[in-house]
Design a binder for this molecule. Structure first.
Ligand SMILES: Cc1ncc(COP(=O)(O)O)c(C=O)c1O
Length: 374
């Protein structure tokens, strides 16, 4: 009982079992659930059998867990810049691809579906596999269909959308890679780890409702990348825990999407015309299930510290400059737009479990802090 696979693999082995409600979207290929987005990405890299010295072309605005997973698998990274529209721009990707490129990735940032069609065509012309990073976009779609259906692989971070202690998934859309899935052995997380993650989650909700415990929770249960340092050369693939599996099975995509959209619109109404903040995406498409309400602010750290002192801890998504990490081969003109986004982005919460009263309180403190600095 180590894997959760949907639809069931033809290989009749005790290691595999039919899924619960893992096929949350029409058009996804074979879905395999695991503990996190980074594990799902690690599995994709493993299935790709990338040659030595090859590289993956990745958007410059990215999180450390992704970068550590790729460099931990001994694959190099070449970054492309990310415009404020957050869409993958083919000229920037073309400039990043070289003769060692073995794969290209795109990210559906904050749950907003990027149009994958031009990149899909580009990858097909070049014979390159495409990974769609849907870590923020579990229940999101766009004109081209559900996020995750265009890539050879799609990776999801279930726990970013659902209230579960752990959870990720990989969709293997290209049939040619499916036999290799059978070779992937997943190790179930220990009950201690599951308990620790559950405790972290409960504290996180406490923070959301009462504005306190996140820092303490993070100190108690630091979340680390799966494969990174030399001590971790052979990453253990971790399965979805049964707690998460049950919550995933009971989750209704349309209800989660509707609740998140309500909170998103609340932020849009509150911040429309507000000085000192720039809204990245003022409008929602019906199929968007937002991960957060992303805004840009100057002198972000100062603002976040001030808010933290008043009991509101907000997320500085993609902070830092991951493209300066070892393993990065800077490309073309550098990454001015991604660097700016990484410096200024704040993710305002839209989680379905966030009570509207608490949301109003957070919004009021956020607006007051912005007003004080104008
Ligand atoms: C764009 C993106 N992809 C993948 C991941 C990894 O997901 P997880 O935290 O579930 O490993 C993250 C996490 O921060 C992310 O922001």
């Amino acid at each position: 009982m180590y894997l959760t696979v949907s639809p069931p693999l033809s290989c009749k082995t005790l290691l595999y079992r039919p899924a619960v409600a893992t096929s949350w979207a029409e058009g996804l290929g074979q879905v395999l659930c695991c503990d996190s987005g980074r594990t799902a990405l690690g599995i994709a890299l493993r299935l790709l059998h990338l040659p030595p010295n090859s590289n993956i072309v990745l958007p410059g605005l990215n999180c450390e867990a992704v970068i550590d997973t790729i460099t931990g698998a001994n694959v190099q990274i070449r970054y492309y810049d990310v415009p404020e529209t957050l869409d993958p721009a083919i000229p920037a990707i073309e400039a990043a691809v070289d003769n060692r490129t073995a794969c290209v990735a795109l990210v559906h940032y904050f749950g907003f579906a990027a149009d994958p069609t031009p990149l899909r065509r580009f990858c097909d012309r070049r014979g390159l596999p495409l990974i769609e990073d849907c870590a923020h976009a579990l229940f999101s779609g766009g004109e081209a269909g559900h996020c995750g259906t265009a890539g050879d692989f799609a990776v999801f971070s279930l726990r970013k959308t659902l209230p579960i202690p752990n959870g990720g998934a990989i969709a293997v859309n290209r049939a040619g890679y499916r036999p290799a899935l059978r070779e992937v052995l997943l190790k179930k997380p220990s009950s201690v780890e599951t308990l620790a993650r559950t405790a972290f989650l409960l504290m996180k909700y406490h923070f959301m409702q009462h504005g306190r415990a996140l820092a303490a929770a993070k100190r108690l249960c630091p979340v680390r990348a799966n494969s990174g340092g030399p001590e971790n050369q052979a990453p253990a693939w971790k399965a979805l825990s049964s707690v998460s599996e049950r919550i995933l099975a009971a989750s209704e995509a349309h209800a989660v999407r509707a609740a998140r959209q309500t909170r998103y619109r609340y932020w849009a109404d509150v911040l429309r015309g507000q000085r000192g903040v720039r809204i990245l995406r003022p409008h929602l498409a019906p199929a968007t299930c937002p991960y957060s309400f992303p805004v840009l602010v100057d002198r972000r750290e100062e603002l976040l510290e001030e808010l933290a002192r008043s009991g509101v801890r907000l997320e500085a998504t993609f902070s830092g400059a991951p493209f300066l990490k070892p393993g990065c081969v800077p490309t073309g003109q550098g990454l001015p737009s991604a660097a700016r986004l990484a410096r200024e982005l704040v993710s305002l919460p839209v989680h379905q479990a966030l009570p509207m009263a608490r949301l109003a309180e957070i919004a009021e403190k956020f607006v007051s802090a912005l007003e004080r600095r104008c």
